[in-house]
Design a protein. Sequence first.
Length: 91
Amino acid sequence: MTALINLRLSFNSKLVGTIPTEIGMLTNLERLRVDETGVNGTVPSTLGNLVRAKSLKFEWTNIVGPMPAEICNLKQQTGITNDTTTTTTTT
């Protein structure tokens, strides 16, 4: 499962609970989408292990709190979207 590149869990209101910290073990993951779900809690800092991540989307969820610094420091990311706030980096 570590070869997974895209994980899209979007548009599923029945998907509830927190983002599992184990997703950080998917080190080849480039895109993670959990937008428009019932996901709640905070974004786990273990997502900072996604060193190949280019896009992380958490829009229209019940996620609260600041984005962990570990995620904001990912070198390959082109954007993180969390509700109406988008953080981008330049490469």
